[in-house]
Ligand binder design. Structure first.
Ligand SMILES: Cc1cc2nc3c(=O)[nH]c(=O)nc-3n(C[C@H](O)[C@H](O)[C@H](O)COP(=O)(O)OP(=O)(O)OC[C@H]3O[C@@H](n4cnc5c(N)ncnc54)[C@H](O)[C@@H]3O)c2cc1C
Length: 380
């Protein structure tokens, strides 16, 4: 048997959440190991949209911004114009004060893994974690090695093994997974004079929506919906959507992946483990924005460890309290707004949404971009 690796913190998963936690903790002097089952650079199904709050957070965590990320090919596109549709009808269009930025996830995720490596984290790729013992801080890897650590950070995405180990009862885990949205996405070559605006489409599928985002050379078209709430095939609806927009259907180019859609955990730490990002269900339950929440939850978890050191109860309490205060509370409001929108949408063809865009378009924009909380949407 191989000698176990000893370290302070083992981070499972090197997406935006894991790379951020590893970068901040290694930069603060902890002995950090970052494990990912894939080789980097690796693809990740995502529309790659960054709102203002993500760009602002990257500045605060990594001290970098759009000019440098454009120069490195990490951000590939920016756009200010948007249009909102209900079915085939356009209900709103506008120009954003701050543009949406779009990233290439292969380069984006690789960029932050390299940042973690530069900060001093030891990065192990193509190594899957197969077993987790949160009580004793133990991991088993698929190469037969064992890892012993003080803390495990589960940043291993929607199918998180770390969350599975914390949930213990299969029923709770099944319920969590039942509330994942199904998504489907494809790229389509951008025709000459093709759309240069970000499009959001409601009313095509119950409890879901579709997007069409412009890119450098192609458009990203996708659809997400909660599976329990619809009796309509997402694949068929998506194909109809492509046909309606005069796009070729290339079934082999469509990809599907689950997306947390309102199943955020309010108790994200137990025994010696903490979960962050998608592993903790932290994506916006209306538009599915998860990159911001991946970085932000990892930042909160890392700060709790930096402040409380190896006193796990204090770390767990600080992470739970701060995550609930600055992330979960906002996600609850977005979920409330989403539920009102989708229930009203089914019966009233999204008249409420049209009204909001007519009366308070800048307030809606500020809530989506993160300048203003959703709880304050109705207050001037
Ligand atoms: C179709 C689609 C479109 C989206 N569009 C957007 C968007 O436009 N904007 C936005 O902000 N968000 C978007 N999201 C959400 C966003 O992609 C996620 O919220 C984000 O990637 C979460 O980051 P993460 O680091 O938590 O997890 P991930 O990025 O999923 O990373 C998890 C990592 O863990 C690794 N891993 C998993 N299991 C193991 C294991 N056992 N051992 C070792 N490693 C393991 C995986 O290989 C992976 O690298 C979209 C999602 C989907 C599905």
């Amino acid at each position: 048997m191989k000698k176990p690796v000893d370290c302070d913190i083992a981070v499972v998963g090197a997406g935006p959440a894991g790379a951020t936690a590893a970068c901040l903790l290694a930069g603060s002097g902890f002995d950090v190991r970052l494990f990912d089952k894939q080789a980097f650079p690796r693809p990740k199904l995502c529309a790659g949209l960054l709102t203002w709050k993500s760009v602002d957070l990257l500045k605060r965590i990594f001290n970098t911004g759009p000019p440098e990320l454009f120069a490195r090919g990490v951000i590939t596109h920016a756009c200010r114009d948007y249009r909102i549709h209900v079915g085939q009808r356009e209900i709103a269009r506008g120009r954003l004060d701050f543009p949406f930025h779009f990233v290439d996830r292969t380069r984006y995720d690789h960029h932050w893994v390299e940042a973690a490596r530069t900060a001093g984290a030891r990065v192990y790729t193509q190594v899957a974690v197969t077993h987790i013992d949160p009580m004793h801080g133990g991991l088993t890897l698929d190469n037969g090695s064992n890892v012993r650590c003080r803390y495990i950070i589960g940043a291993d995405g929607v199918w998180s093994k770390v969350r599975g180990a914390l949930h213990a009862q299969k029923q709770r885990e099944r319920r969590w997974r039942d509330h994942l949205a199904v998504t489907i996405e494809t790229h389509h070559p951008l025709p000459e004079n093709g759309p240069s605006f970000a499009g959001l489409h409601f009313g095509l599928i119950p409890w879901g929506y579709a997007w069409s985002f412009p890119g450098e050379r192609h458009q990203t078209i996708g659809m997400a919906a909660l599976p329990q709430k619809r009796n309509q095939s997402i694949k068929r609806t998506f194909d109809n959507f492509l046909v309606a927009h005069k796009m070729d259907m290339q079934p082999n180019m469509r990809r599907s992946y689950p997306l947390p859609y309102g199943n955020f955990l309010t108790t994200p730490a137990k025994q010696n483990a903490l979960v962050v990002g998608d592993a903790c269900g932290l994506a916006d339950p209306l538009l599915g924005e998860g990159i911001y929440y991946a970085h932000r939850s990892a930042q909160i978890a890392a700060q709790a460890i930096i402040d409380a050191g190896f006193h796990f109860e204090r770390v767990a309490a600080a992470y739970t309290r701060n995550l609930n205060r600055s992330v979960i509370r906002e996600l609850r409001w977005i979920k409330f707004f989403r539920d009102m929108l989708f229930i009203g949408g089914t019966h009233r063809r999204f008249r409420g949404l049209s009204l909001f865009f007519r009366l308070i378009p800048k307030r809606l924009e500020a809530a989506v971009q993160g300048h203003r909380p959703f709880s304050k949407l109705l207050f001037p």
